[in-house]
Design a protein around this ligand. Sequence first.
Ligand SMILES: Nc1ncnc2c1ncn2[C@@H]1O[C@H](COP(=O)(O)OP(=O)(O)OP(=O)(O)O)[C@@H](O)[C@H]1O
Ligand SMILES: [Mg+2]
Length: 177
Amino acid sequence: MRKRIRGRFVPGRTGPPESPKAAVSAVPRLVTNGGMHMIETAGVGNPAYTQCLPRTPDSVRTARRLVSSALHVWGMGAVEDAAWIVVSELMSNAVTHARLDVVRVTVTRMDDLLVRVAVTDQSRILPRSRPAGPEEETGRGLRLVAALCDDRWGVDSVRWGKTVWADLAAMGEPCGE
Ligand SMILES: Nc1ncnc2c1ncn2[C@@H]1O[C@H](COP(=O)(O)OP(=O)(O)OP(=O)(O)O)[C@@H](O)[C@H]1O
Ligand SMILES: [Mg+2]
């Protein structure tokens, strides 16, 4: 059962897909948007775009483009700046701290005012947000994510890895399609 708890690490099973192959490499439907290939998830549940990417630094930029494209499709440009930072931090973490060759970025419109940015990797090690001292050059990414999403972030763990997600609220006007 999928558990979503505000601002906490959430071990436990998620719903399907059950295998890394299905979750990280599945290709439900290819959509071309402004020259970019985005994968639209199946026509059930919340609208979402997702893309499987190599676990390399270059993929951070590709993930940002996916998120931006999706937000524009949904008329949710108001959260673009925050979403860019969030996806950059989550992708950078997957590149730096996870394992194996591929990761998956997914952006989901939870409702008219809420978007979820998520990165799935194949490491079972959970992120650990920690206070960073003034002299430390790292250890700030998750704190930044937490600040931007008002602590609405978490981890869905599976046997072979995890998805780290953050929910961003678009304040004010509901968006159109
Ligand atoms: N996807 C991940 N897989 C495994 N461990 C992770 C992952 N993301 C984060 N972590 C762990 O959580 C810690 C905190 O992450 P955080 O992003 O806050 O800092 P950082 O990545 O070390 O540095 P910074 O983001 O400031 O460059 C990391 O140092 C790492 O140990
Ligand atoms: Mg980081």
